[in-house]
Write a protein that binds this ligand. Structure first.
Ligand code: BTN
Length: 271
């Protein structure tokens, strides 16, 4: 395990370059850096079981078995993305777990905005730029007897990933900050800004002190007020997205006019 930077052929992530921008009190204050890991989420879970403090962040220059949602593989090439996991220990109920993904989307939205990049939040766990995926969120909760012990918040941001790094399947649907901004982006700066926003919205959520994040979420949603295909349990349903509730569930109207709440599904826009 390394907590300092290594010399490499890419501009490596180092605490020295993050700290000048980091304004948090908890999130990111314990920093575990690796050049390679199977999955930062898997490693972060080990740390959680060893009772590491809330806010611990695991970051790796590459992942050999990066995990996406629905058991998919998350492509994590060396030195070009932010592949991170954050240990959170919120005192929340199991129905509130999806709020963690919701506030994370808002923190990512604000981070990209600060870089001059406009993005959209695609419920439940994607960030899009110009209709292409730039970032994915994998929120994994440890629950015992209906109590949330801890949450591993995994975030993969394609920062300086090049078009050629994406496999043929991903090429038409994935993008990176570098591709969109047409320049190399400082990963340490992006990380610090993201952690600052994350802590801000996390505190708002935990303390019930503001719904600023919820406003951001709705204003920048990719699916709100649209007719979409919902894929769930191998069936496809056409619905209109009417609203979000505070837990991050969607309210939809199906073709028979029936209104229902959905906690998680895969969504595609109808063209
Ligand atoms: C998705 O869109 O399917 C979610 C992707 C989440 C990827 C991140 S990268 C860091 C963390 N470690 C993992 O193994 N996965 C998450």
């Amino acid at each position: 395990m390394k907590t300092t930077s290594l010399n490499n052929d890419f501009k490596e992530i180092s605490l020295n370059k993050i700290l000048p921008h980091l304004k948090t009190t908890t999130i990111g204050r314990h920093f575990k850096y690796f050049t390679t890991l199977d999955s930062t989420n898997t490693y972060c879970k080990l740390l959680a079981e060893k009772n590491c403090p809330e806010g611990t962040i695991v970051i790796s220059e590459e992942q050999t078995k990066g995990r996406g949602t629905k058991g998919r593989i998350w492509s994590s090439p060396k030195g070009s993305g932010l592949w991170i996991s954050i240990l959170l220990k919120p005192k929340i109920t199991t129905t509130d777990i999806s709020k963690i993904t919701l506030i994370t989307s808002c923190a990512l939205y604000e981070t990209f905005k600060k870089l001059g990049i406009n993005s959209q939040i695609k419920w439940p766990n994607d960030m899009l730029i110009n209709n292409k995926k730039v970032c994915g969120i994998l929120t994994e909760a440890n629950i015992k007897e209906n109590v949330v012990n801890y949450i591993i918040l995994g975030v993969g941001i394609n920062v300086n990933v090049s078009y050629d790094d994406f496999n043929d399947d991903l090429k038409p649907k994935a993008t990176s900050l570098k591709i969109e901004a047409n320049k190399e982006i400082d990963r340490c700066y992006v990380l610090a800004i993201f952690l600052n926003y994350l802590e801000k919205f996390y505190n708002q959520m935990i303390n019930n002190s503001s719904l600023e994040y919820f406003k951001i979420y709705k204003e920048n949603s990719y699916i709100l007020n649209k007719t979409v295909n919902i894929v769930k349990n191998n069936t496809v349903e056409v619905v209109q997205v009417l609203d979000f509730d505070l837990n991050g569930f969607i309210l939809v109207k199906d073709l028979n006019g029936i209104i229902k709440k959905i906690s998680s599904a895969e969504i595609s826009l109808r063209i």
